[in-house]
Design a binder for this molecule. Structure first.
Ligand SMILES: NC(=O)c1ccc[n+]([C@@H]2O[C@H](COP(=O)([O-])OP(=O)(O)OC[C@H]3O[C@@H](n4cnc5c(N)ncnc54)[C@H](OP(=O)(O)O)[C@@H]3O)[C@@H](O)[C@H]2O)c1
Length: 278
């Protein structure tokens, strides 16, 4: 299978390259293929004729998106729309990664794929606009809403906590936002299975079980034998430029309905991550 990966140098993109190494991979990042450049994208797809495109390119700085709104819409909404148009032109399926941030977080049970999105941040708005465009343009798409991603090849929450623990006796972490931390290696493996099928659609796809950022930090420190104290704080005590959804748990219904095994618990996944970054 000839697979074009965009944003391939990012956290998920790097793991996708690793997991799909037995396939014919065309790995590109913005220096080779800028997904916001329509002509360049159409020419590139025409020249390479991939069997499928996986878009892991994005502007993922959630707080940065609030300030740089135009850039955020360009990369997160226009770029995926251009890819969808290219996929339509050359009759290629598109895998696109979206986010729990399309929801407002006002819920007490896991969000279903059919629940109505209502983003509360610019990042969420840009990602939702891409989802809508892809569904309008294409029949053959996999839109995967995932959450709380971390991986070996990127700046991520566990890495930040491990770094902070090196020069702090105590750190404060938000305890009133819950979600499912998801390991990019597990997401990449799931994508490698999904692209062998024609089970197109909009999926929720995360590691199983959920926790707060505070719980997650406690677990990371326990598994790493770190004795830095963790203090639970509220979102109000820890203001950020972009509002975050309070309840971000995603029910992976379509994934299970299509016969796939649920992804392992986030507790197992973080253990493997920690063994890899030691
Ligand atoms: N991180 C999370 O917690 C999280 C949660 C839910 C969903 N997601 C989604 O998961 C996907 C992968 O996220 P990630 O954390 O792996 O992202 P990432 O590490 O930030 O990687 C994104 C890559 O895309 C590149 N890029 C930026 N603009 C581009 C352009 N115009 N054309 C081509 N490439 C471009 C970036 O390059 P530069 O670094 O040079 O800008 C970077 O290499 C994204 O769609 C993201 O929205 C992420």
């Amino acid at each position: 299978m000839k697979i074009l990966i965009t944003g391939a140098d990012g956290m998920l993109g790097t793991d996708l390259q690793e997991v799909l190494k037995d396939e014919e991979i065309i790995a590109t990042d913005v220096d080779v293929l800028d997904i916001t450049d329509k002509k360049a994208t159409f020419d590139f797809v025409d020249d390479h004729k991939p069997d499928i495109i996986i878009n892991s390119a994005a502007y993922t700085d959630v707080d940065g998106c609030e300030e740089n709104k135009d850039l955020a819409f360009k990369i997160n909404s226009e770029g995926p729309k251009i890819l969808a148009l290219a996929c339509k032109e050359f009759d290629i399926p598109l895998v696109h990664i979206s986010t729990d941030y399309v929801f407002n977080g006002d819920n007490d049970k896991p969000w279903k794929e059919t629940d109505v999105p209502n983003p509360i941040s610019v990042y969420g708005e840009t990602k939702l606009e891409a989802e809508v465009a892809i569904q309008e343009i294409l029949d053959k798409f996999f839109i995967l809403r995932t959450a709380w991603l971390y991986g070996v090849h990127g700046n991520c929450f566990p890495k930040t906590m491990l770094e902070l623990s090196q020069n702090h006796d105590e750190i404060s972490v938000v305890d009133d936002q819950v979600g499912s931390p998801t390991f990019t290696l597990d997401l990449a493996t799931a994508i490698s299975k999904l692209i062998k099928t024609d089970f197109y659609g909009l999926y929720h796809l995360t590691n199983s079980e959920y926790c707060s950022w505070y719980d997650f930090t406690k677990l990371i420190f326990k598994l790493s034998n770190i004795d830095t104290k963790v203090k639970a704080v509220t979102t109000e005590e820890f203001p950020r430029p972009a509002p975050r959804p309070k309840y971000s748990v995603l029910a992976n219904n379509l994934w299970k309905e299509n016969g796939f095994e649920p992804l392992r618990s986030y507790k197992e996944a973080i253990e493997e991550y920690l063994s890899l970054v030691k």
